[in-house]
Design a protein. Structure first.
Length: 415
Protein backbone atom coordinates (compact mmCIF):
# COMPACT_ATOMS: atom_id res chain seq x y z
CA UNK A 1 0.00 0.00 0.00
CA UNK A 2 1.20 3.49 -0.91
CA UNK A 3 0.07 6.31 1.39
CA UNK A 4 0.51 10.06 0.88
CA UNK A 5 0.36 12.07 4.11
CA UNK A 6 -0.36 15.80 3.89
CA UNK A 7 0.57 17.93 6.89
CA UNK A 8 0.86 21.76 6.74
CA UNK A 9 4.10 22.00 8.75
CA UNK A 10 6.38 19.32 10.14
CA UNK A 11 8.24 22.00 12.11
CA UNK A 12 5.09 23.08 13.95
CA UNK A 13 4.12 19.46 14.57
CA UNK A 14 7.56 18.74 16.03
CA UNK A 15 7.36 21.76 18.36
CA UNK A 16 3.86 20.86 19.62
CA UNK A 17 3.59 18.47 22.55
CA UNK A 18 0.22 17.31 21.22
CA UNK A 19 0.96 17.03 17.47
CA UNK A 20 4.41 15.51 17.88
CA UNK A 21 2.83 12.05 17.68
CA UNK A 22 2.62 12.59 13.90
CA UNK A 23 6.38 12.14 13.50
CA UNK A 24 6.41 8.89 15.44
CA UNK A 25 3.40 7.69 13.46
CA UNK A 26 5.06 8.41 10.10
CA UNK A 27 8.25 6.62 11.12
CA UNK A 28 6.33 3.58 12.37
CA UNK A 29 4.19 3.41 9.24
CA UNK A 30 7.21 3.78 6.95
CA UNK A 31 8.63 0.49 8.28
CA UNK A 32 5.97 -1.55 6.52
CA UNK A 33 4.36 0.83 4.04
CA UNK A 34 5.63 3.12 1.30
CA UNK A 35 4.72 6.67 2.32
CA UNK A 36 5.30 10.22 1.11
CA UNK A 37 4.94 13.18 3.48
CA UNK A 38 3.86 16.36 1.71
CA UNK A 39 4.41 19.53 3.77
CA UNK A 40 4.99 23.26 3.31
CA UNK A 41 7.69 23.45 5.99
CA UNK A 42 9.94 20.48 6.66
CA UNK A 43 12.89 22.49 7.97
CA UNK A 44 15.84 20.13 8.14
CA UNK A 45 13.74 17.28 9.44
CA UNK A 46 13.92 13.78 8.01
CA UNK A 47 11.64 10.81 8.65
CA UNK A 48 13.31 7.42 8.63
CA UNK A 49 12.07 5.29 5.75
CA UNK A 50 9.78 7.97 4.30
CA UNK A 51 10.17 10.52 1.53
CA UNK A 52 9.48 14.14 2.51
CA UNK A 53 8.55 16.75 -0.10
CA UNK A 54 7.79 20.45 0.35
CA UNK A 55 5.12 22.39 -1.52
CA UNK A 56 4.50 26.14 -1.84
CA UNK A 57 1.24 27.34 -0.21
CA UNK A 58 1.36 30.45 -2.41
CA UNK A 59 1.36 28.41 -5.61
CA UNK A 60 -1.73 26.51 -4.48
CA UNK A 61 -3.73 29.71 -5.12
CA UNK A 62 -2.74 29.73 -8.80
CA UNK A 63 -3.07 27.14 -11.54
CA UNK A 64 0.52 25.88 -11.30
CA UNK A 65 -0.14 24.88 -7.69
CA UNK A 66 -2.96 22.59 -8.78
CA UNK A 67 -0.71 21.08 -11.43
CA UNK A 68 1.95 20.67 -8.75
CA UNK A 69 -0.34 18.54 -6.59
CA UNK A 70 -1.32 16.64 -9.71
CA UNK A 71 2.33 15.90 -10.43
CA UNK A 72 2.91 14.69 -6.88
CA UNK A 73 -0.06 12.33 -7.19
CA UNK A 74 1.01 11.14 -10.64
CA UNK A 75 4.60 10.51 -9.56
CA UNK A 76 3.81 8.74 -6.28
CA UNK A 77 0.52 7.05 -7.35
CA UNK A 78 -0.88 6.66 -3.81
CA UNK A 79 -3.57 4.12 -2.99
CA UNK A 80 -4.92 6.55 -0.41
CA UNK A 81 -4.25 10.12 0.77
CA UNK A 82 -4.34 11.05 4.46
CA UNK A 83 -4.81 14.78 5.10
CA UNK A 84 -3.80 16.01 8.57
CA UNK A 85 -5.25 19.52 8.40
CA UNK A 86 -8.25 21.70 9.15
CA UNK A 87 -8.98 25.27 8.07
CA UNK A 88 -6.20 24.93 5.47
CA UNK A 89 -6.80 25.97 1.86
CA UNK A 90 -3.84 23.97 0.53
CA UNK A 91 -5.39 20.83 2.00
CA UNK A 92 -8.59 21.63 0.12
CA UNK A 93 -6.60 22.02 -3.12
CA UNK A 94 -5.14 18.54 -2.64
CA UNK A 95 -8.56 17.14 -1.75
CA UNK A 96 -10.08 18.51 -4.97
CA UNK A 97 -7.32 16.94 -7.04
CA UNK A 98 -7.84 13.60 -5.29
CA UNK A 99 -11.58 13.78 -6.03
CA UNK A 100 -10.82 14.46 -9.70
CA UNK A 101 -8.51 11.43 -9.81
CA UNK A 102 -10.83 9.24 -7.70
CA UNK A 103 -8.19 8.74 -4.98
CA UNK A 104 -9.80 8.02 -1.58
CA UNK A 105 -9.05 10.52 1.20
CA UNK A 106 -8.96 10.16 5.01
CA UNK A 107 -9.07 13.39 7.04
CA UNK A 108 -7.68 14.05 10.53
CA UNK A 109 -8.60 17.41 12.11
CA UNK A 110 -6.86 16.93 15.50
CA UNK A 111 -9.61 18.52 17.64
CA UNK A 112 -9.77 21.62 15.41
CA UNK A 113 -13.56 21.20 15.21
CA UNK A 114 -14.08 21.00 18.96
CA UNK A 115 -16.26 23.62 20.60
CA UNK A 116 -13.44 25.73 22.00
CA UNK A 117 -11.59 25.80 18.67
CA UNK A 118 -14.74 26.72 16.77
CA UNK A 119 -15.56 29.56 19.16
CA UNK A 120 -12.23 31.24 18.45
CA UNK A 121 -12.73 33.79 15.61
CA UNK A 122 -15.90 31.97 14.61
CA UNK A 123 -17.94 34.65 12.84
CA UNK A 124 -15.22 36.44 10.88
CA UNK A 125 -12.78 33.58 10.14
CA UNK A 126 -14.08 30.07 10.80
CA UNK A 127 -17.62 30.47 9.45
CA UNK A 128 -16.53 32.03 6.09
CA UNK A 129 -13.86 29.33 5.70
CA UNK A 130 -16.50 26.68 6.49
CA UNK A 131 -18.68 27.84 3.60
CA UNK A 132 -15.72 28.41 1.27
CA UNK A 133 -14.14 24.96 1.51
CA UNK A 134 -14.11 23.21 4.90
CA UNK A 135 -17.66 21.86 4.68
CA UNK A 136 -17.02 20.40 1.21
CA UNK A 137 -13.86 18.68 2.33
CA UNK A 138 -15.38 17.35 5.56
CA UNK A 139 -18.43 15.94 3.78
CA UNK A 140 -16.55 14.68 0.73
CA UNK A 141 -13.76 12.59 2.25
CA UNK A 142 -14.19 8.82 2.43
CA UNK A 143 -13.55 8.72 6.19
CA UNK A 144 -12.87 10.98 9.17
CA UNK A 145 -10.19 9.87 11.61
CA UNK A 146 -10.94 10.79 15.23
CA UNK A 147 -8.00 10.66 17.64
CA UNK A 148 -10.28 10.07 20.65
CA UNK A 149 -13.80 8.95 21.46
CA UNK A 150 -14.59 12.50 22.55
CA UNK A 151 -13.60 13.82 19.13
CA UNK A 152 -15.73 11.13 17.49
CA UNK A 153 -18.75 12.55 19.34
CA UNK A 154 -17.89 16.07 18.15
CA UNK A 155 -17.44 14.99 14.52
CA UNK A 156 -20.71 13.05 14.45
CA UNK A 157 -22.47 16.06 15.98
CA UNK A 158 -21.39 18.58 13.34
CA UNK A 159 -24.22 19.50 10.99
CA UNK A 160 -24.53 21.83 8.00
CA UNK A 161 -23.43 24.84 10.06
CA UNK A 162 -20.94 24.21 12.89
CA UNK A 163 -22.13 25.33 16.28
CA UNK A 164 -25.82 24.89 15.47
CA UNK A 165 -27.64 21.71 16.52
CA UNK A 166 -29.88 20.78 13.62
CA UNK A 167 -29.79 18.96 10.28
CA UNK A 168 -28.00 15.83 9.15
CA UNK A 169 -24.51 14.86 10.21
CA UNK A 170 -21.98 16.21 7.72
CA UNK A 171 -20.15 12.87 7.48
CA UNK A 172 -21.07 9.78 9.48
CA UNK A 173 -18.00 7.80 8.41
CA UNK A 174 -15.97 8.41 11.55
CA UNK A 175 -13.36 5.92 12.79
CA UNK A 176 -11.56 6.21 16.12
CA UNK A 177 -7.83 5.49 16.13
CA UNK A 178 -6.49 7.03 19.31
CA UNK A 179 -3.26 9.00 19.27
CA UNK A 180 -0.63 6.90 21.03
CA UNK A 181 0.72 9.85 23.01
CA UNK A 182 -2.56 10.37 24.87
CA UNK A 183 -3.33 6.70 25.62
CA UNK A 184 -1.41 4.51 28.03
CA UNK A 185 0.12 1.24 26.79
CA UNK A 186 -0.23 2.22 23.13
CA UNK A 187 2.72 2.58 20.76
CA UNK A 188 3.24 4.31 17.43
CA UNK A 189 3.29 0.87 15.78
CA UNK A 190 -0.14 0.08 17.26
CA UNK A 191 -1.56 3.31 15.90
CA UNK A 192 0.05 2.70 12.52
CA UNK A 193 -1.44 -0.81 12.28
CA UNK A 194 -4.90 0.53 13.19
CA UNK A 195 -4.68 3.25 10.54
CA UNK A 196 -3.55 0.74 7.90
CA UNK A 197 -6.68 -1.28 8.69
CA UNK A 198 -8.74 1.90 8.32
CA UNK A 199 -7.11 2.61 4.94
CA UNK A 200 -7.92 -0.91 3.76
CA UNK A 201 -11.50 -0.47 4.93
CA UNK A 202 -11.78 2.75 2.92
CA UNK A 203 -10.23 1.15 -0.17
CA UNK A 204 -12.51 -1.89 0.09
CA UNK A 205 -15.57 0.34 0.42
CA UNK A 206 -15.15 1.72 -3.13
CA UNK A 207 -13.38 -1.05 -5.08
CA UNK A 208 -14.38 0.32 -8.49
CA UNK A 209 -12.10 3.33 -7.99
CA UNK A 210 -9.05 1.05 -7.85
CA UNK A 211 -10.13 -1.39 -10.58
CA UNK A 212 -7.94 -1.53 -13.69
CA UNK A 213 -9.21 -1.85 -17.24
CA UNK A 214 -8.25 -5.55 -17.21
CA UNK A 215 -10.26 -6.15 -14.04
CA UNK A 216 -13.32 -4.44 -15.54
CA UNK A 217 -12.92 -6.50 -18.70
CA UNK A 218 -12.82 -9.74 -16.71
CA UNK A 219 -15.89 -8.73 -14.68
CA UNK A 220 -17.80 -7.88 -17.87
CA UNK A 221 -16.71 -11.13 -19.52
CA UNK A 222 -17.80 -13.29 -16.60
CA UNK A 223 -21.21 -11.62 -16.38
CA UNK A 224 -21.74 -12.14 -20.11
CA UNK A 225 -20.59 -15.76 -19.76
CA UNK A 226 -23.22 -16.30 -17.09
CA UNK A 227 -26.00 -14.75 -19.22
CA UNK A 228 -24.99 -16.50 -22.44
CA UNK A 229 -24.71 -19.86 -20.72
CA UNK A 230 -28.45 -19.69 -20.01
CA UNK A 231 -29.16 -19.10 -23.69
CA UNK A 232 -26.64 -21.61 -25.10
CA UNK A 233 -24.84 -18.84 -26.99
CA UNK A 234 -21.13 -18.60 -27.72
CA UNK A 235 -19.53 -15.81 -25.78
CA UNK A 236 -16.19 -14.04 -26.16
CA UNK A 237 -13.53 -15.80 -24.08
CA UNK A 238 -10.65 -13.39 -24.70
CA UNK A 239 -10.81 -12.25 -21.07
CA UNK A 240 -9.76 -15.74 -19.92
CA UNK A 241 -6.16 -15.03 -20.93
CA UNK A 242 -5.89 -12.09 -18.49
CA UNK A 243 -3.88 -12.94 -15.38
CA UNK A 244 -5.13 -11.35 -12.17
CA UNK A 245 -3.69 -11.11 -8.67
CA UNK A 246 -5.52 -11.97 -5.47
CA UNK A 247 -6.03 -8.24 -4.83
CA UNK A 248 -7.62 -7.88 -8.28
CA UNK A 249 -10.08 -10.70 -7.61
CA UNK A 250 -10.88 -9.10 -4.27
CA UNK A 251 -11.84 -5.86 -6.00
CA UNK A 252 -13.91 -7.67 -8.64
CA UNK A 253 -15.82 -9.71 -6.05
CA UNK A 254 -16.47 -6.68 -3.83
CA UNK A 255 -17.70 -4.59 -6.75
CA UNK A 256 -19.94 -7.40 -8.04
CA UNK A 257 -21.35 -7.81 -4.56
CA UNK A 258 -22.09 -4.07 -4.39
CA UNK A 259 -23.88 -4.28 -7.73
CA UNK A 260 -25.95 -7.28 -6.66
CA UNK A 261 -24.50 -9.58 -9.33
CA UNK A 262 -22.09 -11.72 -7.33
CA UNK A 263 -24.11 -14.89 -8.01
CA UNK A 264 -24.01 -14.14 -11.74
CA UNK A 265 -20.25 -13.56 -11.55
CA UNK A 266 -19.72 -16.92 -9.84
CA UNK A 267 -22.02 -18.51 -12.44
CA UNK A 268 -19.81 -17.00 -15.13
CA UNK A 269 -16.73 -18.53 -13.51
CA UNK A 270 -18.37 -21.94 -13.54
CA UNK A 271 -19.59 -21.54 -17.14
CA UNK A 272 -16.05 -20.58 -18.21
CA UNK A 273 -14.47 -23.51 -16.39
CA UNK A 274 -12.52 -21.25 -14.05
CA UNK A 275 -11.79 -21.86 -10.40
CA UNK A 276 -13.76 -19.68 -8.00
CA UNK A 277 -11.28 -17.53 -6.01
CA UNK A 278 -11.46 -17.66 -2.23
CA UNK A 279 -12.86 -14.20 -1.44
CA UNK A 280 -15.18 -14.00 1.55
CA UNK A 281 -16.91 -10.68 0.83
CA UNK A 282 -19.23 -11.14 3.80
CA UNK A 283 -16.38 -10.76 6.29
CA UNK A 284 -14.71 -7.72 4.70
CA UNK A 285 -14.90 -4.67 6.98
CA UNK A 286 -16.36 -1.77 4.99
CA UNK A 287 -18.28 1.47 5.30
CA UNK A 288 -21.81 1.78 3.93
CA UNK A 289 -21.82 2.72 0.26
CA UNK A 290 -22.83 6.36 -0.22
CA UNK A 291 -25.11 5.65 -3.19
CA UNK A 292 -27.03 2.78 -1.56
CA UNK A 293 -29.84 5.14 -0.62
CA UNK A 294 -32.80 2.76 -0.57
CA UNK A 295 -34.82 5.16 1.58
CA UNK A 296 -34.49 7.90 -1.05
CA UNK A 297 -35.62 5.54 -3.82
CA UNK A 298 -38.64 4.40 -1.80
CA UNK A 299 -39.71 8.03 -1.34
CA UNK A 300 -39.29 8.79 -5.03
CA UNK A 301 -41.25 5.67 -6.02
CA UNK A 302 -44.11 6.71 -3.73
CA UNK A 303 -44.08 10.17 -5.29
CA UNK A 304 -44.10 8.79 -8.85
CA UNK A 305 -47.65 7.86 -9.83
CA UNK A 306 -46.59 6.04 -13.01
CA UNK A 307 -45.69 2.81 -11.21
CA UNK A 308 -49.01 2.53 -9.38
CA UNK A 309 -50.90 3.37 -12.59
CA UNK A 310 -49.08 0.67 -14.56
CA UNK A 311 -49.73 -1.91 -11.85
CA UNK A 312 -53.42 -0.98 -11.76
CA UNK A 313 -53.96 -1.55 -15.51
CA UNK A 314 -56.05 -4.70 -15.54
CA UNK A 315 -55.62 -5.32 -19.29
CA UNK A 316 -51.81 -5.46 -18.96
CA UNK A 317 -50.44 -9.03 -18.53
CA UNK A 318 -48.15 -9.66 -15.50
CA UNK A 319 -44.89 -9.98 -17.47
CA UNK A 320 -45.48 -6.85 -19.53
CA UNK A 321 -46.50 -4.97 -16.37
CA UNK A 322 -43.37 -6.10 -14.55
CA UNK A 323 -41.17 -5.08 -17.47
CA UNK A 324 -42.69 -1.60 -17.73
CA UNK A 325 -42.43 -1.07 -13.96
CA UNK A 326 -38.77 -2.17 -14.04
CA UNK A 327 -38.04 0.36 -16.79
CA UNK A 328 -39.75 3.21 -14.91
CA UNK A 329 -37.93 2.18 -11.72
CA UNK A 330 -34.60 2.21 -13.56
CA UNK A 331 -35.29 5.71 -14.88
CA UNK A 332 -35.89 6.89 -11.29
CA UNK A 333 -32.71 5.22 -10.07
CA UNK A 334 -30.67 6.67 -12.92
CA UNK A 335 -31.98 10.14 -12.10
CA UNK A 336 -30.70 9.82 -8.53
CA UNK A 337 -27.52 7.85 -9.42
CA UNK A 338 -28.71 4.82 -7.44
CA UNK A 339 -28.87 2.23 -10.25
CA UNK A 340 -27.04 -1.09 -9.97
CA UNK A 341 -25.94 -3.74 -12.42
CA UNK A 342 -28.54 -6.09 -10.99
CA UNK A 343 -31.23 -3.74 -12.39
CA UNK A 344 -29.83 -4.13 -15.91
CA UNK A 345 -29.38 -7.89 -15.66
CA UNK A 346 -32.93 -8.29 -14.35
CA UNK A 347 -34.29 -6.39 -17.37
CA UNK A 348 -31.97 -8.34 -19.69
CA UNK A 349 -33.31 -11.68 -18.45
CA UNK A 350 -36.92 -10.54 -18.79
CA UNK A 351 -36.30 -9.43 -22.38
CA UNK A 352 -34.04 -12.27 -23.46
CA UNK A 353 -35.66 -15.35 -21.94
CA UNK A 354 -39.39 -14.55 -22.04
CA UNK A 355 -42.05 -14.18 -24.71
CA UNK A 356 -43.83 -10.86 -24.32
CA UNK A 357 -45.92 -8.51 -26.42
CA UNK A 358 -43.38 -5.96 -27.70
CA UNK A 359 -46.04 -3.70 -29.18
CA UNK A 360 -47.98 -3.57 -25.92
CA UNK A 361 -44.85 -2.76 -23.89
CA UNK A 362 -43.87 -0.03 -26.37
CA UNK A 363 -47.34 1.53 -26.14
CA UNK A 364 -47.18 1.63 -22.33
CA UNK A 365 -43.66 3.09 -22.36
CA UNK A 366 -44.80 5.75 -24.86
CA UNK A 367 -47.84 6.59 -22.77
CA UNK A 368 -45.81 7.12 -19.60
CA UNK A 369 -42.95 9.01 -21.26
CA UNK A 370 -40.24 6.37 -20.81
CA UNK A 371 -39.82 5.15 -24.42
CA UNK A 372 -36.89 7.45 -25.25
CA UNK A 373 -35.11 6.51 -22.02
CA UNK A 374 -35.79 2.83 -22.78
CA UNK A 375 -34.37 3.26 -26.31
CA UNK A 376 -31.14 4.67 -24.86
CA UNK A 377 -30.97 1.86 -22.30
CA UNK A 378 -31.36 -0.68 -25.12
CA UNK A 379 -28.23 0.75 -26.76
CA UNK A 380 -26.32 0.30 -23.49
CA UNK A 381 -27.75 -3.21 -23.06
CA UNK A 382 -26.50 -4.10 -26.52
CA UNK A 383 -23.02 -2.73 -25.76
CA UNK A 384 -22.62 -4.20 -22.30
CA UNK A 385 -24.62 -7.44 -22.49
CA UNK A 386 -24.92 -8.04 -26.28
CA UNK A 387 -28.71 -7.93 -26.25
CA UNK A 388 -29.93 -8.33 -29.84
CA UNK A 389 -32.45 -5.93 -31.37
CA UNK A 390 -34.87 -8.79 -31.87
CA UNK A 391 -35.39 -8.95 -28.11
CA UNK A 392 -35.91 -5.20 -27.63
CA UNK A 393 -39.35 -3.60 -27.17
CA UNK A 394 -38.13 -0.32 -28.74
CA UNK A 395 -35.54 0.55 -31.35
CA UNK A 396 -32.18 1.47 -29.73
CA UNK A 397 -31.16 5.12 -29.73
CA UNK A 398 -27.58 6.39 -29.57
CA UNK A 399 -27.47 10.16 -29.09
CA UNK A 400 -26.11 12.74 -26.64
CA UNK A 401 -28.56 11.52 -24.01
CA UNK A 402 -27.18 7.98 -24.35
CA UNK A 403 -23.64 9.28 -23.87
CA UNK A 404 -24.80 11.13 -20.75
CA UNK A 405 -26.17 7.86 -19.39
CA UNK A 406 -22.84 6.11 -20.10
CA UNK A 407 -20.92 8.77 -18.21
CA UNK A 408 -23.40 8.68 -15.36
CA UNK A 409 -23.10 4.89 -15.04
CA UNK A 410 -19.30 5.10 -14.92
CA UNK A 411 -19.34 7.99 -12.46
CA UNK A 412 -21.76 6.03 -10.27
CA UNK A 413 -19.28 3.10 -10.35
CA UNK A 414 -21.80 0.77 -12.02
CA UNK A 415 -19.52 0.01 -14.99
Amino acid sequence: MRVLHFIPSLVIANSSSFLKYKLGLFEAMAKGTEILVLTSDAGNMQIDGAAVKEYSPFKVCVECGKRGFGKDLSDFRPDIVHIHACWNFSAYGLFKECVRRKIPVVLTVDNRLSRWHLSSRYLFVKLPMWFMFQHRMLSGVEALHAISEQEETWLKGIHCIPGLRFGRCVNSRVAVVEAFNIVADKSAADMSDALIRLYQKVIDTSPFVRMTENERQVEDGLLKASLFADGDEIHDKSFLSIQLSKASWRRIFLHSNDEGVLDSLIGGLSASGMEVPDVDVGNVDRFTMKRNNDELIEKQVLKDSRISKIKSEGALPPLESELCVAMVMLSIKMKHSCAHRSDFIRIYKMLRFNDYDEGLVKDVLDRYGVSKFAARIMTIMNERYVLGEGFMPVEPLDDKGTETLRRKLFKSEVQ
